[in-house]
Design a protein around this ligand. Structure first.
Ligand code: GTP
Ligand code: MG
Length: 342
């Protein structure tokens, strides 16, 4: 029966529709492939609200808090609780064997920085499946590292692509050209394999990151590196003063969660840059601290503090890594990329 016939006959529609609906939800249940729309209390309008707020799948609902869902959708607490519980019931929550994780770890690869010292500091390079954060003062090399990782990713895997989210308007195609030539990569091809998006504010930035999943799953792009330069500048500019700090941190937390998820699910390297600010109450040691506090610090798998050294050199200090010792190395930013200083 054609769709037209169905629609033209209200009686038929009444008879047919519930049957179809029931069949669909049963088979879907079996396959544990529910969508957000199948959750109790979620109609089209609520689903739309959820999706536009970035809740794209059941996992997002399953790990959401009651408050977040109520705020996003305007449903009652009871309904929000039902939604969360149903989402949790519908999925296998989390347990993997150590063997599963070891197998996943075997898929991890490392992107070279071009500097042997820096690679060694990082246990071979910047890891996929993880978030690496570089923070440091202006001119310390954060943006340069983003450009360098991009071309090196493309060089190492001829089918890989890069997503570059630029919040400070510092992405430079000319620099990519220069670096690509330096490692024997066709500059035009390199530029074609880097997708750049300018984020105009923190919401836009969050949305762009949420779209990366779609690029991979729906458009079949093999994205192996996601750069956000800078992670925190919009958040810092938009939320000023103590009153708004909690709200900012909550949003940053969600953002970091999305980043971790996309990195982990698709085994891609997430590289984020972060600024430092003065610590007014610090009299000894380093008087600066990174933006975003514990939320960003905890969510980043690897954290590197960059500073300017003597005679134009740069010092990278690994300050947090799951399986590497804290250490330092020295390098230089040159025309062709990073080079060691011994
Ligand atoms: P902010 O974004 O301002 O916080 O700084 P950043 O940490 O991103 O600094 P960035 O990566 O932009 O580093 C800039 C530094 O890299 C410059 O001061 C130069 O020393 C160096 N640099 C950039 N491009 C080149 C280049 O083509 N050749 C050489 N030799 N050095 C370069
Ligand atoms: Mg920069």
């Amino acid at each position: 029966m054609s769709e037209e016939q169905l629609n033209g006959n209200p009686e038929m529609e009444l008879v047919v529709e519930p049957e179809v609906k029931e069949k669909k939800s049963k088979s879907e249940m079996k396959m544990e492939k529910l969508t957000i729309q199948d959750l109790p209390g979620v109609g089209a309008a609520t689903a739309e609200k959820l999706e536009s707020a970035g809740y794209r799948d059941l996992m997002a609902v399953a790990v959401a808090t009651l408050g977040e869902l109520i705020e996003t959708t305007g449903v009652s607490e009871a309904v929000a609780r039902k939604m969360i519980n149903a989402a949790r019931d519908s999925m296998k929550m989390g347990f993997e064997t150590g063997m599963d994780i070891l197998k996943k770890r075997e898929l991890v690869f490392k992107i070279t920085t071009g500097s042997e010292n820096f690679d060694t500091l990082m246990g071979g390079g910047f890891e996929t499946g993880a978030i690496t954060e570089c923070f440091g003062e202006f001119g310390s090399g954060k943006t340069q590292i983003g450009h360098i990782l991009a071309v090196n990713t493309l060089k190492e895997d001829p089918t890989a692509e890069v997503v570059y989210i630029d919040t400070e308007n510092t992405f430079r195609p000319e620099r990519i050209t220069q670096l690509a030539e330096g490692i024997g990569l066709d500059p035009t091809e390199a530029l074609q394999r880097i997708m750049v998006a300018k984020a105009y504010n923190s919401d836009h930035q969050m949305l762009l990151v949420e779209k990366v999943d779609g690029l991979i799953v729906e458009q079949g792009k093999k994205i192996k590196l996601l750069v956000i330069d800078s992670l925190t500048s919009h958040f810092r500019a938009e939320y000023i003063g103590r009153g708004t700090l909690a709200e900012r941190q909550q949003k940053l937390n969600r953002h970091m969660h999305t980043l971790a998820k996309v990195g982990n699910t698709h085994n891609l390297c997430v590289y984020v840059t972060n600024q430092v600010m003065a610590k007014p109450d610090q009299f000894f040691g380093d008087p600066t601290t990174s933006i975003g506090g514990h939320i960003v610090a905890h969510a980043s798998t690897f954290r590197i503090y960059l500073r300017k050294g003597r005679k134009g050199s740069r010092v990278a200090k690994l300050i947090d890594a799951p399986n590497l010792p804290d250490a330092e190395c020295c390098f230089e930013v040159q025309e062709q990329g990073l080079r060691d200083i011994n």
